[in-house]
Every structure is written in structure tokens, then in C-alpha cells.
Design a protein around this ligand. Structure first.
Ligand code: GUN
Ligand code: ZN
Length: 441
């Protein structure tokens, strides 16, 4: 069984930070190491202790002085939009019709889906993201491409076929029965195979008829271990249209509630214009609101009110939302998250940011036993971050005096250039882990 020591400045969270200097929320080892065997973390701690445990013969990947963290997690993005990022000038509904629904039609061709899926996984990894929750297109072949590309790399990925049976081009519409049958087949094929998890994915209330939401309800009831994902309350025109299609619902959230879709495995993208009542419904059901800052700014959608989620006890996570989102980088995403909250007089501390990208997002998808931290028994999905990767960062770092400051510089100035290495189940994926040495003490 393959073994290795990953050495560097190791940072991993054990709890949500409760304030700017909550040192109890994380473990930090200045000269630390993660001992990895058979794709899992055996132990994390001080290098000297871990070295003794691992033995003299073990291979060491020496990443000093870089930071070693759990792989980053992205809780909402669209794999078929990999080549639709940076589409100019439109807000949500016009943007979907003008760009996205055109782009997604290309995924009826399996060869196209396979090529984009490969590139999509590589983009995630080069940005240090080892697990993501993505929408595929309406075509079942796109789901095969997505999970095949993840499986080839050994990645723990969540995803599913979008279901949409109205308000979309003919070529992108399924029917309630077809959406149900195809989803069921895909769940049987992929859910629980290796590291794959299925997400039942009615796109949003505008593109699903009541019959399709009923079918989604049946799927959720029949497959309680699957995730559910959709979009909620992103844009004012979208809200007006969605609620006009479901006049009996109290509000947008109630549309999904009436179809029994809200549970603690449900991820709801955006959640910008919710009332207290709606946020309280999310809190009661355990459903997660997904904050997508680069997308919310790029599409001119609005500002996510994080403090309201916290005040009402609702769960939330963070995500890129590529291709409404403008970057695959969770570092850039947290930079924008900081600004969105700052604009509203809310604070996002550096430790909270790094908690959210790792353990926080792992908890949001109920996978904290596997990913998001470097505890014994966790999957060895690991990212190595270089805070000096860009010249302006290196120059700024000369004045930094604390880990907190370094993390804030990484999040504010960093991007994929800061990802020195990424490990998936213990395997180096970037080929940059050249500081590998075999040493006998
Ligand atoms: N709402 C429904 N579909 C989408 C999508 O693809 N992107 C975003 N940002 N919002 C949506
Ligand atoms: Zn989305």
C-alpha cells in the first residue's frame, strides 16, 4: 500500500471559528506533516512525531514553507458552462437564454461532453478543489462523462442530470417521466460507485412544471441518500416569474417545500432575496443556502445576507457557480465573498474563509467524516498553497507577521498560481511535487 509523508505548514479546522482569533477552531503545525497511506490520512501532527510514527523509509514530499490544507470544496457550479464563463452583459434570465441554453445543447454529443468533463476536472484540481457539486446538462451522457472523468482521477464528486421540461429550447427539455427515468438509471449506475454521489437536480421552478417537481419529490423519497440541488431567489425577475408559475405557493421557497424537496441534503443556489420566513423554513428543514459571490456580482443579481442566515440558524455554504461565476478558484471566490459581506457591514474573518472552503463546505454536504479536514481516517485530499506565488504577493508577504494575515493575503491576492500541489486520495495530481525525497535517518 502506498505511503507518504506530506510535510509543510499544516492547517486544518476542527470547528467553526467563533471570532477573529478563535485559535481553538483549528490545528496549526508550523513544521507539520500528514502521514498518508492507501489514500487515507493515518495521522496529522508535528513533523518529528509523525516521522517517528511513519518510520525511516517513508517517502517525504517536502513542501516547506508552503501551507498544507485539506482539499478545497465547491458546493455549486455547472460543468457544461466551462466555456460559457465571461459571457457579456446580461442578467440571469437573458443570460440563460442567450448563452447558457445555447452552450448546453452541445452536450448532446458524448465526445464534446467527455472533452469538457476532462478539462473541467483538471481546472478544479489546478485550483486546489478536490470535491465539487455540479449540475450536468439535461443529457444523461453528460453525467456519464462527468463521473467518468472524476473516476479516472479518483475524485470525490457530487453531480446530476439537470431536469427541465419547460421554458427552455426543445433540445434541452426532458419530460417529467423521462427526467424521472433517466435520473433513476443514473442513480443506479453512479451513486455510491467509488467516490461518486448523485444529486437529483431539477434546475429551478421556472424550468420545471408541477409534474416534474412531483417526479423530483418521488425521486427524493425513493433515494434518501442522494443530494438534491436547485436554484432559489437569485434575481428579482426570476422570483416574479417563478412565483407566477406557482400561484398557490406562499413564496419562492414554498414552491420547493410543497413538493417535499427541502431536507438536510438539499443545496439551494443563491438565496439572495429571502424573507425571514423563508430563511426560517431552511433552518427548520436543514436545507443549505449556497452563497455564490462572483456569480452574484457578475450577473448583477444581488448580495447574499450571511448574517441573516446565521441569526435565524440556517445553514449556508460557498461556491463558485461557474459559469455565472467568473472563476474556478475558491480563493478568488472568498475574496469576493469578503467584499459582498463588507458592503453590507458584515465581516468574514480569514479563518472563517478557510473554514468555509474546507470543513464548512464538507459539513454542508454531510461529508465531514471523509473530506474537509485532515483527521485520522479522512480521505487524503490535500492542497498545498504558496503565499508567495505572485510577485506582488511575495512583496506583500514580507510585511506579514501572522498566519491570519497570510491567509487574508492568500484569499485577497491568490488564485490558481498559489496552488503548488494537489493530492487526490494521496496521489499528487499537479506533477509539481518535485521536492520528493527518500531519506533514511
Ligand atoms: N438558475 C437556473 N439555472 C441557472 C444557472 O445555470 N446559473 C445560475 N446562476 N442561475 C441559474
Ligand atoms: Zn447555478
Amino acid at each position: 500500500m502506498s505511503e507518504r509523508l506530506i510535510r509543510g505548514r499544516v492547517l486544518t479546522f476542527v470547528a467553526e471559528p467563533q471570532g477573529i482569533d478563535d485559535t481553538a477552531s483549528y490545528r496549526y503545525f508550523e513544521d507539520g506533516a500528514v502521514f498518508v497511506r492507501g489514500g487515507k490520512v493515518v495521522e496529522t501532527g508535528n513533523y518529528a512525531d509523525i516521522r517517528k510514527l511513519a518510520g525511516a523509509e517513508v517517502e517525504v514530499a517536502d513542501h516547506r514553507p508552503n501551507l498544507v490544507l485539506p482539499g478545497l470544496i465547491d458546493t455549486h457550479l455547472h460543468f457544461p458552462q466551462t466555456q460559457a464563463i465571461a459571457s457579456y452583459g446580461a442578467q440571469l434570465l437573458e443570460w440563460l437564454n442567450t448563452y447558457v441554453f445555447v452552450e448546453e445543447q452541445k452536450f448532446s454529443r458524448p465526445a464534446h461532453a467527455a472533452a469538457v468533463a476532462d478539462r473541467f476536472m483538471d481546472e478544479l484540481l489546478s485550483n486546489g478543489t478536490t470535491t465539487a457539486v455540479a449540475y450536468c446538462s439535461v443529457h444523461p451522457e453528460s453525467v456519464d462523462a462527468y463521473f467518468s472523468a472524476a473516476e479516472a482521477r479518483g475524485m470525490r464528486m457530487i453531480g446530476g442530470k439537470v431536469m427541465m421540461d419547460r421554458n427552455a429550447p426543445d433540445a434541452l427539455r426532458d419530460t417529467p417521466q423521462q427526467g424521472y427515468d433517466e435520473t433513476k438509471r443514473l442513480i443506479e449506475k453512479w451513486h455510491g460507485r467509488g467516490r461518486a454521489h448523485y444529486a437529483i437536480s431539477p434546475r429551478f421552478a421556472i424550468t420545471s412544471t408541477p409534474e416534474q417537481l412531483e417526479m423530483s419529490q418521488a425521486l427524493v423519497a425513493e433515494h434518501p441518500s442522494c443530494y438534491v440541488q436547485t436554484h432559489l431567489s437569485e434575481n428579482r425577475d426570476e422570483i416574479a416569474f417563478a412565483t407566477s408559475l406557482y400561484p398557490e405557493a406562499k413564496d419562492y421557497t414554498d414552491i420547493y417545500a410543497r413538493y417535499g424537496l427541502l431536507n438536510d441534503r438539499m443545496l439551494l443556489g443563491h438565496c439572495i432575496y429571502l424573507s425571514d420566513r423563508e430563511v426560517s423554513v431552511l433552518a427548520e428543514t436543514g436545507a443549505v443556502g449556497v452563497f455564490c459571490p462572483t456569480s452574484n456580482l457578475f450577473l448583477g443579481s444581488g448580495l447574499f445576507d450571511r448574517d441573516r442566515f446565521d441569526r435565524l440558524g440556517a445553514r449556508w455554504s460557498v461556491a463558485t457557480d461557474v459559469g455565472g461565476g467568473t472563476s474556478f478558484s475558491m480563493l478568488e471566490t472568498m475574496d469576493e465573498a469578503y467584499k459582498v459581506l463588507h458592503l453590507q457591514g458584515q465581516r468574514l474573518t480569514p479563518f472563517s474563509s478557510f473554514y468555509r472552503m474546507t470543513l464548512g463546505n464538507a459539513r454542508a454536504v454531510g461529508l465531514e467524516n471523509h473530506i474537509g479536514s485532515l483527521h485520522s481516517g479522512a480521505d487524503a485530499d490535500i492542497v498545498v498553497l504558496d503565499s508567495n506565488a505572485k510577485s506582488a504577493m511575495e512583496y506583500r508577504m514580507r510585511t506579514a507577521t501572522s498566519l491570519l494575515e497570510e491567509l487574508f493575503i492568500l484569499q485577497t491576492m491568490g488564485d490558481d498560481r498559489c496552488v503548488a500541489e494537489v493530492y487526490v486520495a494521496g496521489k499528487a495530481m499537479k506533477g509539481k511535487g518535485k521536492a520528493v525525497e527518500k531519506r533514511v535517518l
